[in-house]
Each structure stands twice: as C-alpha cells, then as structure tokens.
Design a protein around this ligand. Structure first.
Ligand code: KG4
Ligand code: ZN
Length: 339
C-alpha cells in the first residue's frame, strides 16, 4: 500500500447516507453524513421504502462532497447487513465509482465498521483495540456479541432474537409519546426517575449468548396499561436500567468465558451514558478494559466503513494471505479487483 493512500467509504445500510475519505488508514479527511431522521420521525422508526428513496436521492451528492478533488485509491462500501434497498444503492454507487476510477472495491460488514470505529479518537486512528476481545454492537437495527481474535477473525457469539436494543428504546419512547429516535429521549427522562422504581425483567437467556428485548418492551406496555398515573421518568429510568443490566451482564460473562481483557462497544446505543458508566465499572472490577466508540462516531457513518476496509487491507498485507473469513457474516467480505 502506498503512503497516504485514500479510501472512500460508503454507508447506506439503514437511515444514514454517508461517504468518507480516510487517508493512509490514519486520518479522517471528510465524513459527510446525511441523516434521514426527519423523514422517519413521524413513524417513530425507519420506514424501509422511504429510506431507499432517500439514499437514492442523496448518495451522489454525499459522495461528491466527500471526495471533492482528492485522489482515490480504493472504494469501500457496507455490503450488509442492512435494508435491501439501501444496500443496493450503496453497492451500485460503489461499483460504478470503482470501475470508473479503475480502483479496487472492498465490501465491508457494517457491524465490523461499528466495532472498528472504537479505534478513532477525534479524526485520528489510534489503534486502541487490543485483541482478542469481545465486542458488543448495539444499534437501532442490531444487537450482537462477537468474539474477535484479530482484525478479520471473528465469531458471532449471539444476537438478538427479536428487537434490537435501540429499537426497544425507540418503541418504549413511542409508547410514552416521546419523539424519535427514542434512546436519547428516554435517557434524558431517566435522569429524574428511580432506576429501581419498577421491576422490569432482565432477559438473560442462560445457556446462550443471544439477547431478547421484546419482553422488556411488553412489560413496559403492560405497566402503562395498568397504571393510569405513571411517572414517565420512573418508567424510563427503570427500563433503561433493565436494558443496561442485561447488556452489561451478558457482555461481561462472555468476556470471562473467552478469557479476554478487552471489550469493544459500538453502535448508536453505545452513546448511552448509563451503559458507558456501568459497563466501565463492572469491567474494571474484573480488570477488563472497555473501549467505547466516541459518541460522535457511534451512529452510522462511512468513516468506520473506510477504516474497516483499511484493516482488511493491512491484515492481508501483514499476513501475506487473502482476507480470512472463518465465520459467515456476509459472503461479500472480500477484496475484489477489476484488474
Ligand atoms: O447505530 P445507529 O445510528 O443505527 C443503526 O445502525 O441501527 O443507532 C441508532 C439507535 C436508535 O435506535 C437510537 O434510539 C439509539 O441508537 N440511541 C440510543 C442513544 N442514542 C442513540 N439509545 C440509548 N441511549 C442513547 N443515548
Ligand atoms: Zn449501524
């Protein structure tokens, strides 16, 4: 890889249309994000058809703005998992650009992007992650626990069987009449509530690393149905505590079981202050270091996709062999070249 090579990342898996340039695997040059929140707000969640249309409408402008007059050496795109319409828009844009510029195209797993976003400090890549580690990705669309042996060597330990963690926050917010996205709203209300006020369940699903959050959400809806004079702050605080307890307990158990000293936490819900504090505390007691993504890069963005692509290239160069895929997240996790 030549010095200061430029990777253009493209992200379009859910409700952010984003393109970013990463220089030399070290520095974010641009990270343009068009958020579709306004389009989805009135539905309290992402509407796939609206998302596809917004991606199609914005992607060219976002790429143009991110690329400007900079040179281009690689194009990377989030090849999944995600909403089919958005994935198609991102893929077609990335393939067209790569072919037109005659540069290699790299497909990246979106969740890999969320994990490696923990390596950013501001606009710089600091390689904070130390392997092996256990990674928790918590967002509006995903809740997954991974064992990460090294860049490119992953095992999915568990994932949500129903609602994603962020989705549960969004649905509870909707039940309470709070605006979308619900996570920050619920957190804000929770500041004035009692965390032990209402006994919502902690679905730990022993014997598996999977998660399930629909039960907590249903418990909240039954509580609201049965209590006419409920306190919104108490409901938010008790719900948030139940979510955080579940996420922290399972992640630390996995870290113990796999004997790792490092945990990475990425995705939109990683912005949650209670989760950050309580995960840090619980991990410190076991001499485990937690690397949270910085809040600014916790939501979907293309810089994390460009960085994950860089890690793939660097790993392939270091080991002298093609990128390893020992699990099966996505068939497109490979470097492809048109040369
Ligand atoms: O990573 P992201 O932008 O989208 C997906 O890839 O799905 O995450 C968005 C999700 C939303 O569900 C939002 O409510 C949640 O992250 N979120 C939070 C917080 N900030 C965002 N959830 C809990 N606490 C927060 N502070
Ligand atoms: Zn995401």
């Amino acid at each position: 890889m030549k010095k200061d090579f430029m990777i253009l990342g493209i992200e379009s898996t859910c409700d952010e249309t984003s393109a970013a340039l990463l220089r030399g695997g070290k520095e974010i040059v641009t990270n343009v994000i068009y958020s579709q929140i306004e389009e989805h707000k009135k539905y309290h969640g992402v509407v796939p058809e609206l998302a596809s249309r917004a991606h199609a409408a914005k992607i060219a402008t976002v790429i143009k703005e991110a690329l400007g007059n900079h040179p281009l050496d690689y194009v990377a795109f989030a090849s999944g998992p995600g909403l089919p319409g958005g994935l198609m828009v991102g893929r077609v844009a990335a393939e067209t650009l790569a072919q037109f510029k005659n540069v290699p195209l790299i497909g990246v797993n979106h969740l890999e992007g969320h994990i490696f976003a923990c390596d950013f400090e501001g606009n710089e890549v600091k390689n904070r992650l130390k392997f092996p580690l256990v990674a928790l990705v918590v967002s509006g669309g995903h809740t997954e626990l991974w064992y990460v042996k090294d860049y490119g060597q992953y095992k999915v330990l568990g994932r949500t069987r129903d609602d994603a963690a962020g989705e549960a926050f969004d649905k509870v917010a909707k039940l309470l009449g709070l605006p979308y996205p619900g996570g920050p709203q619920v957190s804000k209300q929770a500041l004035n509530g009692r965390r032990d006020g209402i006994a919502f369940p902690r679905p730990l699903l022993p014997g598996t690393w999977d998660f399930s959050f629909s039960g907590i959400k249903t418990a909240v809806s039954y509580y609201l149905r049965d209590h006419k004079n409920f306190s919104i702050p108490d409901v938010c605080a008790s719900f948030e505590q139940a979510m955080v307890d579940t996420l922290v307990t399972k992640t630390l158990k996995a870290a113990q079981k796999y004997k790792v000293h490092h945990i990475a936490v990425g995705g939109g819900v990683a912005a949650n202050t209670l989760l950050r504090e309580q995960m840090q505390q619980a991990a410190a007691a076991q001499k485990i270091e937690v690397h949270f993504v910085e809040r600014k890069l916790s939501s979907d963005n293309a810089a994390m996709i460009a960085l994950a692509a860089y890690q793939k290239l660097a790993y392939a160069e270091k080991t002298g062999r093609p990128f390893q895929r020992n699990i099966t997240i996505d068939p497109n996790m490979q470097v492809r070249s048109w040369k």
